[in-house]
Design a protein around this ligand. Structure first.
Ligand code: FES
Ligand code: FES
Length: 175
């Protein structure tokens, strides 16, 4: 029997019906229509389905949709603001940190989470934070460089916001 799931996704409240065994990744893509969350292995290995659940990265193929009732989710669609890509997304584009793009939403959300909690990570910390996200195309070098570039850009945005006494933009929902 279907159950009602009330969940806030990218700031918008959704109320949808889900079979008790429907995986969250399929719920996001097929029920809610947010196809930015990719599905790869469905066993928690590849990280393509990574989202932030109540601010923490999780693999959405390892949860049932009914488990997120009353919770808050950020998917890759929720990062851009007013038509502008988030600095992490921008850095991936500028740094050629994607080829087929299959891993990209998960990589970007894991990177976003890292930079929200550690604005100046070392290369080792970046690689550790992305260890649960696999990429078959890039060899990871451009991805790591993109995260470093995003950290630099975010720090510049913060400095300029502080000097202009403006609200800090660019860190997103989990800042
Ligand atoms: S599809 Fe979820 S970890 Fe691979
Ligand atoms: S860009 Fe193809 S899997 Fe990462």
């Amino acid at each position: 029997m279907k159950q009602t799931v009330r969940v806030k996704i990218n700031g918008r409240l959704y109320e949808e019906e889900a079979e008790p065994r429907q995986l969250l990744s399929y719920f996001l893509r097929e029920t809610v229509g947010l196809t930015g969350t990719h599905i790869g292995c469905v066993i928690g290995e590849c990280g393509a389905c990574t989202i932030l659940l109540d601010g923490k990265p999780v693999k959405s193929c390892l949860l049932f949709a009914v488990q997120v009732d009353g919770k808050e989710i950020l998917t890759v669609e929720g990062l851009a603001q007013n038509g502008n890509l988030h600095p992490v997304q921008e850095a991936f584009v500028q740094g050629y940190a994607l080829q087929c793009g299959y891993c990209t939403p998960g990589m970007i959300l894991s990177s976003f989470y890292l930079l929200s909690h550690n604005p100046d990570p070392s290369e080792e910390e970046i690689r550790k934070a992305l260890a649960g996200n696999l990429c078959m195309c890039t060899g990871y070098v451009q991805i790591v460089e993109a995260v470093k570039a995003a950290a630099k850009n975010l720090s510049g945005l913060q400095q300029s916001a502080i000097s202009q006494r403006k609200p800090i933009v660019g860190l997103g929902a989990d800042s």
